[in-house]
Write a protein that binds this ligand. Structure first.
Ligand code: THG
Length: 369
């Protein structure tokens, strides 16, 4: 049986980099924000080793931007998230949980502040634009809410600093974690942030204008030849090792930020005006009764986690695994799951029902790296 293919149409949007990604030999795609997101080039394991050693260029255009502009921009931003944004200054990025009126997670984007009246929200995989537009319209806010022609390109891996310095100048080295500078590329000004969906370090370039795609891609590959630069993508193994959460996989609208371990990004007392404040104040006082944890699953490599796998202890279900992969570096299966408080302590032994049968597993408080 041959694997089914993904039928492409205008609804499933390509990106300014899709031609180059294709030429680089992409072997798999997923769909993210109605857009193509590469998932594998050589093999997930080969891509993983390369990411940890060299530098990769990732087409993460699917991290769509919601642009919020206008006199009420800051007010709308604070309505959208329980994280206190009063201390946020232009040039900063904040990881911000976004919740509905019940405290359920709607998205976990990165917000960028350009000015008091201009923000971007770099979204995970859910249609947050409509929620933001609905709030702005319903409350008669003085803001424009739009999806701009901006396409993030990530440069990740230990040699990312060297490659970016060659293309954008030495000043990229001064960009601090979760900050961005506006830098020139061939007469265009792009926001360049030290951020990205890996724990290997690197940058994200918010390329403004689709017409610059191939020039930017080609400049990075030309400058990085001797650095062994390759096309890559968010790596399923590395992100689980690092405990980076995936909206829609590890959490949904049924989870609160506290269950997702994002309570540290909720200042519900002081985030005046945020949607879901009452619900989250209750959650914050009582504390969650289940929470996201890293797990190691013993035995041979597990198959891909395409559905939730039950976690058992003493014959009772105490949680669910939502992401899992074989880790060559840690020589075990690494996983992320939601675990009940009775079994969420470091080192707790549990069993996971994988499609290949029951496996022994251990709960961890911290990610691997
Ligand atoms: N970068 C940008 N946009 C994005 C992502 C990104 N949009 C989609 C998706 N990724 C959103 N989800 C995340 C999840 C984790 C992080 C960023 C976006 C992340 N977390 C760090 C961590 O957990 O170690 C740091 C958080 C912090 O300390 O502030 O980077 O990757 N542009």
């Amino acid at each position: 049986m041959s694997a089914p293919t993904l039928s492409i149409s205008r609804r499933l949007r390509g990106t300014p980099f899709t031609n180059r990604v294709s030429e680089a030999g992409v072997k798999g795609y997923t769909v993210y924000n109605h857009m193509l997101l590469p998932t594998v080039f050589e093999s997930v394991e080969a891509d993983y080793h390369h990411l940890k050693k060299h530098v990769q260029v990732w087409d993460v255009s699917c991290e769509r931007q919601i642009e919020i502009r206008g006199a009420d921009a800051a007010r709308l931003m604070q309505m959208l998230t329980p994280r206190d944004l009063r201390g946020m200054t232009p040039g900063q990025c904040y990881y911000v949980p976004i919740v509905d009126e019940t405290g359920g997670m709607l998205n976990d984007p990165v917000a960028l502040k350009f000015a008091d009246d201009k923000y971007y929200i770099s979204i995970a995989d859910s249609d947050l634009l409509f929620w933001a537009k609905g709030l702005a319209y319903g409350l008669h806010l003085e803001v424009d809410v739009n999806e701009p022609d901006v396409h993030p390109l990530a440069v990740q891996g230990p040699k990312a600093d060297e490659l970016m310095a060659r293309v954008f100048g030495e000043q990229v080295r001064d960009i601090r974690f979760f900050r961005f500078h506006l830098l020139d590329f061939q007469g265009n000004e792009f926001a360049v942030a030290r951020s990205g969906y890996s724990k290997q370090g690197g940058y994200e370039i918010y390329m403004d204008g689709a017409q610059n795609g191939e020039a930017l891609w080609d400049a990075l590959f030309k400058a990085g030849e001797d650095l062994n630069v390759r096309a890559g993508c968010p790596n399923g193994i590395e992100r689980i090792e690092g405990g980076l959460l995936s909206y829609g996989n590890d959490m949904t609208r049924k989870n609160t930020p506290h269950e997702c371990g994002l309570g540290r990004f909720c200042d519900t007392q002081t985030a005046i005006g945020c949607v879901g404040r009452d619900a989250l104040l209750r959650v914050a006082t009582e504390g969650p009764i289940r929470q996201i944890r890293s797990l190691s699953i013993e035995g041979d490599p597990v198959p891909p986690c395409t559905d939730k796998w039950s976690i058992f202890a003493d014959g009772e279900r105490v949680g669910r695994v939502t992401s899992a992969a074989w880790s060559p570096d840690f020589n075990t299966n690494v996983a992320i799951g939601m675990v009940r408080m009775t079994h969420w302590k470091e080192g707790t032994k549990v069993e996971v029902e994988t499609p290949d049968g029951m496996r022994s597993a251990v709960v961890h408080l911290k990610p691997y790296i």
